[in-house]
Write a protein that binds this ligand. Structure first.
Ligand code: ZN
Length: 304
């Protein structure tokens, strides 16, 4: 199976250079507010797609277990240093286009600052839909091409691409901005219903961030986030959606796999499950591929 190219943060100091020392406190705090507004108060199992170094993970309070997924193993190692090793967290290196989880496993999934790197958004969103249980919640953040700065630049003739059209714009290799209508259509066509939309980072402008105290910008953005229900003209947008599938025979019952983490996984190559736990790796009895487990990180990128 071929999948689209991947933006790989392997070996990146992204957490330090972009977040810790990059003057991104404003963006970080506005995200914390949006997560608090949209995330269910409690749940069993949450999948964090593109978890990186676990910056947002401590904000998922109320969940019994969180699976951090990233393509980069070194990002997950940083997350592990930050969050520690315990039953509460599982670290999975995998390709979001080929998720290694059984269908209907998660009651909630989040994907923040990650769709941004996806060359084929419907394919990855379809994967998320499959691993969410019926009625399960999906919190998605995406970079918005229809933002005020892009509109002004386009109208002044200082930008070639139109912010008004639905196709994604790749402004840097494997960095995409999306039109809000396009994202909503993808979600609807894949079987999600969009419940809520927040617009974020209205004041992501260098000189404002320099002259106005961060706390004030964050408070203003917090108010402006609600306008996302009416229009989205900010560079970042959060959407809360749910899996439209009906509950079926199982009602509100949780997935039978919940008690045993080994039953969470399926083979990303052939789809077979369960995988056999051989301690240093998981083995697929159908295609015979072995998937590594090293220092508490499951690795489904390439078979051993
Ligand atoms: Zn297999």
């Amino acid at each position: 199976m071929t999948t689209p190219p991947i933006c790989n943060y392997e070996g990146s100091d992204y957490q330090t250079s972009f977040w810790d020392r990059g003057g991104r406190e404003y963006e970080d705090r506005t995200e914390a507010i949006a997560i608090k507004r949209l995330l269910p108060k409690s749940g069993h199992l949450l999948l964090e797609l593109g978890a990186g170094a676990g910056r947002n993970t401590p904000r998922y309070t109320g969940f019994e277990r969180i699976i951090l997924l990233d393509y980069s193993r070194t990002q997950l190692e940083q997350a592990q240093q930050r969050l520690g090793t315990s039953e509460k967290y599982m670290y999975v290196a995998a390709d979001a286009y080929r998720l290694p989880f059984i269908d209907g496993l998660f009651d909630t999934a989040t994907m923040i600052r990650t769709l941004h790197h996806m060359a084929d958004p419907p394919q990855v969103l379809g994967q998320v839909k499959k691993v969410l249980r019926p009625g399960g919640i999906f919190i998605l953040e995406f970079a918005n091409k229809l933002n005020l700065k892009a509109i002004v630049r386009y109208l002044l003739g200082r930008q070639t691409w139109s912010p008004f059209t639905r196709e994604p714009v790749e402004f840097v290799k494997l960095n995409f901005d999306f039109h809000p209508k396009a994202v909503r259509d993808w979600l609807k066509n894949l079987g999600f219903s969009v419940d809520q939309t927040l617009s974020l980072s209205h004041f992501r402008v260098g000189f404002l961030k320099r002259i106005i105290p961060t706390g004030i910008l964050v408070a203003l953005d917090s108010l402006f986030q609600w306008t996302g229900a009416l229009w989205q003209l900010s560079p970042s947008v959060f959407v809360k959606a749910h899996n439209r599938d009906s509950q079926g025979l199982h009602g509100e019952q949780t997935s039978p796999a919940l008690g045993n983490p080994m039953l969470f996984f399926k083979c990303p190559n052939c789809g077979a499950y369960p995988l056999v736990d051989a301690k240093t790796h998981l083995e697929c009895l159908q295609c015979r591929n072995h998937w590594g487990i090293k220092d508490g990180i499951y690795d489904f990128r390439q078979p051993l």
